[in-house]
Design a protein around this ligand. Structure first.
Ligand SMILES: C[S@@+](CC[C@H](N)C(=O)[O-])C[C@H]1O[C@@H](n2cnc3c(N)ncnc32)[C@H](O)[C@@H]1O
Length: 210
């Protein structure tokens, strides 16, 4: 990356001015040892949620709610976010963030469980948006589930898709990097998806279901 590109990336990540709700959610994330989405990714999530006009969204990997608040801020007033995490402390922190954001309780459905167990119970073609930000070894399974869950025209968003800039270097064989390389290939080559990679944060992979 040229020095200018790296400067532009830092500049872009520094542009969003986050309010007290997001700042507190970030503090809770750090207290719990979590890595929430970057400010640039949070801003993109809000824009994508708004532009998609999604009524039904699923998040895998609630954390302490930074990405959830960002999604809720873009989703319409009647939209519902279903968010899944096996860790009850993370869910408790996220609920605090959702409440502080002013989002009515009936707009979020927090499910305590592993994505692998919960996603198969959700209805086919019932969701407009799926956001994946959980355990990386399971990303290929989550992508398969997301394709089943999404309506035609629905949007899939995958966080950390460049895995700390390692995905582009084929010599790097870290397990998380190999998985994310596979996920990128699977999505690019999938007949029912139209995709694009954004370098925002640690890489945000977007795909629309035809
Ligand atoms: C990087 S954090 C999510 C951060 C969150 N999206 C945000 O921006 O605030 C990853 C989360 O995935 C959760 N997780 C781990 N294994 C999981 C699984 N099998 N299914 C769903 N979530 C899982 C962790 O408990 C953690 O809260």
């Amino acid at each position: 990356m040229s020095a200018d590109k790296s400067t532009s990336w830092s500049y872009t990540e520094g542009l969003p001015v986050e309010d007290a709700v997001l700042r507190r959610a970030r503090e809770r994330s750090h207290d719990l040892g979590l890595f929430p989405v970057s400010p640039g990714v949070a801003a993109v999530l809000t824009v994508l949620a708004a532009t998609s006009k999604a009524q039904t969204a699923v998040e895998i990997g609630t954390g302490a709610g930074v990405s959830g608040v960002a999604l809720l801020r873009g989703l319409g007033p009647k939209a519902v976010l279903t968010t899944i995490d096996p860790d009850v402390d993370h869910l408790k922190a996220a609920r605090e963030a959702f409440t502080e954001s002013g989002s009515p309780a009936n707009r979020t459905r927090t499910i305590s469980g592993r994505g692998q167990d919960v996603l198969p119970r959700l209805t086919d073609a019932a969701y407009d948006l799926v956001f994946i930000d959980a355990d990386k070894p399971s990303f290929p399974d989550y992508v398969e589930q997301a394709i089943r869950l999404l309506k035609s025209g629905g949007l899939l968003i995958i966080n950390d898709a460049l895995d700390k800039d390692r995905v582009s270097d084929p010599a790097i064989r870290e397990s998380s990097t190999v998985v994310l390389r596979q996920v990128g290939k699977l999505i690019r080559e999938h007949d029912s998806l139209i995709s694009a990679m954004l370098p925002t944060g640690d890489g945000l992979l977007l795909a629309v279901k035809r």
